[in-house]
Design a protein around this ligand. Structure first.
Ligand code: S3P
Length: 450
């Protein structure tokens, strides 16, 4: 989102049962990667089901600025004429990645080993997020960067003219950092290795293999060791983007907490590195089933069926599951508010450096609506008082964070009183059809007059 966009206050009013089928948009992580890898091969990559959210549109625009031809054909169909590994042209304008950490960090990686410079910026949220986690490993390839204090955007990168391959142990569980290093490794001669102690989403590895790169993954005592052979000629692909489990989480969780609901969310990617929320909900006693389980494009996929679940219990979420549900903690905290007892979430420091400090944003929003929340640097605990236990009634800040805005609006669907958010505009970054989709199920989310 542009930092200048006018806020869109929204209200969610308690509603009757949610029912029907919710066809959520394409996966955001896979959409970014499809455009970037499409731009890095020679020839035409075709994509169906691309998420046409603002984050991904900003990445499409950036790929054009680096010389790729990106064409929208309508109905989620796109094509990319790539320029080849090492073929990026120097952009003649600042690259504005809007709200997207994934966009900027992956693109930085993709240009870091080409002899070009680029300046990156974003909205107020993105310009406050740490970039040293990416520029530190990119420096090992020979890429220089100058940004604001604390390694913040706006920032200029000068790509390495003679890149060297690197071996890098990722210090934080981050698929964005891992992916930035792998994308930089594409144009370095020899083998680049990335080691992650905890498995994070593996879409980059899968897609690199699909595009014909030589890439291996080994589980060792040190962790997952990913080895990529540099300077491949990537082969254009046809990519069918599965529907996003992180977006599916919203109608699924809404159905669990709104009395009488029964909602089908078809065709959801259930890659194990992304599906932690659904395991957690089932452990809490959610009536959530996977129907028509199948494989599509090498990924496990199922139709999710969620029904109202008045008897959910709080649980201790295993910290080792955090990476596989990192974007879902805000909406989990909403479900936890309607469960009985404590839901304990530990090992989640990364939530503090997302589009907002998500622990703080949700803890403040939930408390304002009558929920008990305790929090510390890398943990938080939500105490729920059961199905009818949330008062609601508050106006909450979304902090330029789509997932905070959507989570609080879902809280309002099942609380005793409406819940308002000061700005629902950022929802368009990842889930542009959130309002009509939820309305079709029976929710009442309205834009307030300003
Ligand atoms: C993403 C990785 C995660 C996630 C983000 C998407 C990706 O971020 O929160 O929404 O597509 O690689 P981190 O790498 O910062 O954990």
């Amino acid at each position: 989102m542009s930092s200048h966009a006018a806020p869109i206050p929204m209200t969610s009013t308690p509603c009757g049962p949610l029912a029907g089928t919710a066809e959520v948009p394409g996966d955001k992580s896979i959409s970014h990667r499809a455009l970037i890898l499409g731009a890095l091969c020679v020839g035409e990559t075709t994509i169906t089901g691309l998420l046409e959210g603002q984050d991904v549109l900003d990445t499409a625009k950036a790929m054009r600025a680096f010389g790729a031809e990106v064409t929208e054909h309508g109905g989620g169909k796109w094509s990319v004429q790539g320029v080849g590994v090492g073929g990026f042209a120097e952009p003649d304008q600042v690259i504005d990645c809007g709200n997207s950490g994934t966009g900027v960090r992956l693109i930085m990686g993709a240009m870091a080993t080409s002899p070009i410079s680029a300046t990156f910026t974003g909205d107020a949220s993105l310009n406050g997020r740490p970039m040293a986690r990416v520029t530190d490993p990119l420096a090992l390839f020979g890429c220089q960067s100058v940004g604001r204090e604390g390694g913040r955007l706006p920032m200029t990168l000068v790509g390495a003219a003679e890149p060297v391959p690197v071996r890098y142990v990722v210090p934080v569980p981050s698929a964005q950092v891992k992916s930035a290093v792998l994308l930089a490794g594409l144009n370095a001669p020899g083998k680049t290795q990335v080691i992650e102690a905890e498995a994070t989403r593996d879409h980059t590895e899968r897609m690199l293999a699909g595009f014909g790169a030589e890439i291996t993954v080994e589980d060792t005592e040190e962790g997952r060791v990913i080895t990529l052979t540099g300077q491949p000629e990537l082969q254009p692909q046809h990519i069918e983007v599965p529907r996003d489990p992180s977006s599916a989480a919203f109608p699924v969780c809404a159905a669990l907490i709104v009395p009488g609901s029964d909602v089908l969310v078809p065709g959801i990617g259930l890659n194990p590195t992304r599906a932690g929320l659904f395991a957690t909900l089932r452990e809490m006693g959610a009536d959530l089933s996977f129907e028509n389980e199948r494989e599509e494009g090498g990924e496990p996929v199922a139709d999710l069926r969620a029904r109202y679940s008045p008897d959910m219990q709080g649980i201790e979420v295993p910290p080792e599951r955090a990476a596989s549900m990192i974007d879902e903690y805000p909406i989990l905290s909403v479900v936890a508010s309607f469960a009985r007892g404590q839901t304990v979430m530990r090992g989640v420091k990364e939530l503090r450096v997302k589009e907002s400090d998500r622990i703080d944003a949700m803890a403040t929003g939930l408390r304002a609506n009558g929920v008990t929340v305790e929090d510390g640097p890398d943990w938080w605990i939500v105490t729920g008082y059961g199905a009818d236990g949330v008062k609601g009634g508050a106006l909450c800040a979304s902090h330029l964070d789509h997932r905070i805005a959507m989570s609080l609006l879902i809280l309002g669907m099942a609380a005793q009183n409406p819940v308002r958010v000061d700005d629902g505009g950022p929802i368009a970054t990842s889930f542009p059809i959130f309002e009509p989709l939820m309305a079709a199920l029976g929710a009442q989310v309205t834009r307030d007059d300003v």
